[in-house]
Design a protein around this ligand. Structure first.
Ligand SMILES: [Zn+2]
Length: 239
């Protein structure tokens, strides 16, 4: 036998890398959401008032509302994904119990379809079945690693954290400096951060960097311009 990796090795490796990339991408996008929505919020309020307490209250409320809603959304989506993965594993377990021969043939067929000869595929399927049949079927047939199902609480926590980190930037840039410096510092630091998140998300998604940066920066600039205009109008009207 050569020491080539088994045919599913590549795929499992890709899955693990894909999972890490997905987490990183989710983190960058979560941070991006935190930056844009909180920047829009505090810049809008700054259009109406110079009171630091009001700015801080609005920014903190926005940070918590945003990060909690991101976390809840992530929890729901990962939970339902996990439930369907567990249902698929349960079905597979039942099939393995009820019709082991058919399942063995199925596994051999799948391995053969990945490039093994009929004989080797049969041999590999038998060995895998002997070692851990469910795990082999999960990986080869379903593309699931039963030991690495995403925990919904972890996903929710990661979203909460990513949004919070992003939101802290415009919040601190708005409440820490003196009144005259608040707006310019917030706008500059937000746009600079959006260059970074635009660059990061493009690199992680293998997309063109320039277009991604331009999109992030324009969305952020537009959000701040619109909310500032709205806040100024309300402030001037004495609302
Ligand atoms: Zn199966």
């Amino acid at each position: 036998m050569s020491d080539q990796p088994p045919p599913w090795h590549d795929e499992a490796h890709h899955d693990a890398m894909g999972t890490r990339l997905n987490w990183l991408r989710a983190a960058v996008l979560g941070a991006n959401d935190g930056i844009v929505s909180t920047a829009g919020l505090v810049v809008g309020v700054a259009g109406a008032t110079t009171d630091r307490g009001t700015l801080l209250t609005a920014g903190l409320a926005g940070l918590l509302a945003g990060s909690l809603s991101m976390a809840a959304g992530e929890y729901v989506s990962v939970s339902s994904q996990r439930a369907s993965e567990q249902a698929a594993l349960a079905l597979e377990r039942r099939e393995l119990h009820d019709q082991p021969q058919a399942e063995l043939a199925e596994l051999a067929g799948l391995l053969q379809a990945r490039g093994l000869s009929e004989e080797v595929a049969r041999e590999a399927a038998e060995q895998l079945t002997e070692r851990d049949a469910l795990r082999a079927h999960a990986r080869v047939e379903l593309g699931i690693d039963p030991d690495a199902l995403t925990n919904p609480w972890h996903a929710a926590g990661a979203s909460f954290l990513a949004f919070t980190v992003g939101a802290l930037l415009p919040l601190l840039a708005m409440v820490l400096p003196s009144a005259g410096l608040r707006l310019p510092l917030t706008v500059v630091s937000v746009l600079a951060a959006l260059v970074l998140t635009g660059w990061g998300s493009a690199r992680l998604g293998a997309a063109p960097v320039g277009a991604s940066v331009l999109r992030m920066v324009s969305v952020g600039a537009l959000a701040m311009a619109v909310t500032y205009a709205a806040g100024s109008l309300l402030g001037a009207a004495g609302v």
